[in-house]
Design a protein around this ligand. Structure first.
Ligand code: GZL
Length: 327
């Protein structure tokens, strides 16, 4: 009997040691797996627009564990202070790279100096920042927003008339707002157009519907020729308000101009309600990966990587083109 108890205890001990070893292996494996993965902290602005949602999706699709990355993704819910908090957390977590979609151009010097002192390269995506020390970021991947605005005003010049314009601006101090506004204001000056009002739509449909409705509710108001919306979601809100006040949107009424070229925006363009959309490319994940792989290989990336973008008008669109779009 004693022999059987001894054998049972010996077997139990062996199983226990095997189990611990397996558990240690699995822990060691996960640590070694983490060590082999490139840790990336991403500070995203939020989800204010269809464009932003597509931009986030592009990042999450590229930076997966299967592709060699450990992604820490933070949604700042449209607040710079939340982005700054996220960056400090990434530094504590000793990520290998920080990817920042800056909500506005100013206010980054201090926190990016902390990242630099922690030897963590920062890659800017989408918008730019205004900093004294340009070494605070390794590279920028995004769009040339002044170019985008220039495409829109070139189309407006073709109308060859003194235009009355309502402008719906994007998030104040964001590079997208600054560039698209600069192009319009320059053309207004050169062409002697009338910029009736500049409203803040904050890149959202709801805010634009509200501010456009307030403007249209004013008793006395000049005729409107153009509503210059700084993204598609603003165009959706502006069209909703304009139609509620009896306006026709399109070539026989008010020309609505927009930026982004999301699938929904292009559908309204095909219908003729949006007269012109300048594309703004959100699918920037692959370009960001190109920068990170360049840094991993010890090379120096370009300072700026600009996405290829095009201009859409109703007569250049078909349902097929829209259905093949990725966002
Ligand atoms: C542009 C991006 C803008 C989009 C908006 O690159 O910053 O922010 O045009 C988004 O849709 O909200």
């Amino acid at each position: 009997m004693k022999q059987k108890i001894f054998l049972f205890l010996a077997l139990a001990l062996l199983l226990f040691i095997a189990g611990c070893t397996q558990q240690n292996l699995s822990v060691e494996d996960s640590i070694s797996a983490d060590e082999n993965l490139i840790k990336i902290g991403v500070s995203q602005i939020g989800a204010e627009s269809d464009w932003r949602v597509a931009n986030s999706e592009s990042i999450k699709t590229v930076f997966t564990e299967a592709r060699g990355y450990h992604l820490l993704f933070d949604d700042a819910r449209q607040k710079q202070e939340n982005q700054i908090t996220a960056i400090r957390k990434f530094i504590q977590q000793q990520v290998d790279y920080i990817v920042l979609m800056p909500i506005q151009e100013t206010g980054w010097d201090s926190v990016l100096l902390e990242a630099k002192q922690a030897h963590i390269p920062v890659i800017l995506v989408d918008r730019m920042i205004a900093v004294e020390d340009e070494s605070l970021y390794a590279s920028h991947v995004g769009s040339d927003f002044l170019w985008e605005g220039e495409q829109a005003v070139e189309w407006m010049r073709l109308k060859e008339k003194e235009l009355n314009i309502v402008q719906i601006q994007g998030t104040q101090d964001s590079t997208a707002q600054l560039g698209r506004t600069q192009a319009l204001e320059k053309a207004v000056e050169e062409e002697n157009w009338n910029l009736l009002v500049q409203l803040d739509g904050d890149f959202t449909q709801a805010k634009t519907y509200e501010v456009m409705g307030d403007y249209l509710s004013q008793a006395e108001r000049p005729e409107i020729d153009i509503v210059y919306c700084e993204n598609d979601n603003e165009a959706f809100g502006a069209i909703q308000a304009l139609e509620e006040y009896g306006y026709t949107c399109g070539k026989d009424g008010v020309d609505v101009i927009s930026f982004d070229a999301t699938r929904q925006g292009l559908k309204l363009c095909l219908e003729g309600k949006i007269s012109l959309i300048v594309e703004c490319q959100p699918l920037l994940g692959p370009l960001v990966e190109e920068v990170i792989q360049c840094l991993e290989a010890g090379c120096v990336p370009e300072r700026h990587y600009y996405a290829d973008e095009e201009v859409f008008m109703p007569n250049r669109l078909t349902r097929g083109i829209i259905s093949r779009r990725e966002y």
